[in-house]
Write a protein of this length. Structure first.
Length: 107
């Protein structure tokens, strides 16, 4: 088992924008080693680019993903693919990434 876990938090920001948050976590020490963010258009091409970026970043490490729909205007391309219940969520993107991390790593 790898001591690292890659966590991808995908945010549907609007009908036109997606954000990918990448975090590399040491699962033994529960510490974050690296965080990056990337923006993509919320379209079929943008989703393909996002998927390619996740493949590039995972580097043979185990991964987990969380998807949050923050859009107030229909969710665009990815919102149509991902039917989810709207829930109140923190608006700070890194608070969302931390929420995702808490769901996949047991502290």
């Amino acid at each position: 088992m790898s001591e690292y876990l890659i966590i991808f938090t995908i945010l549907i920001l609007s009908h036109s924008d997606l954000k990918l948050l990448y975090e590399k976590v040491n699962v033994k020490t529960k510490t974050s080693l690296e965080r990056k963010e990337f923006t993509f258009p919320n379209s079929q091409n943008g989703f393909v680019s996002l998927t390619k970026k996740t493949e590039e970043l995972k580097q043979n490490e185990p991964t987990r993903e969380c998807l949050y729909d923050l859009s107030e205007d229909g969710g665009g391309f990815l919102g149509k693919l991902a039917k989810m219940e709207k829930k109140p969520l923190p608006k700070n993107i890194f608070d969302l990434a931390d929420l995702c991390k808490l769901t996949v790593i047991k502290y």
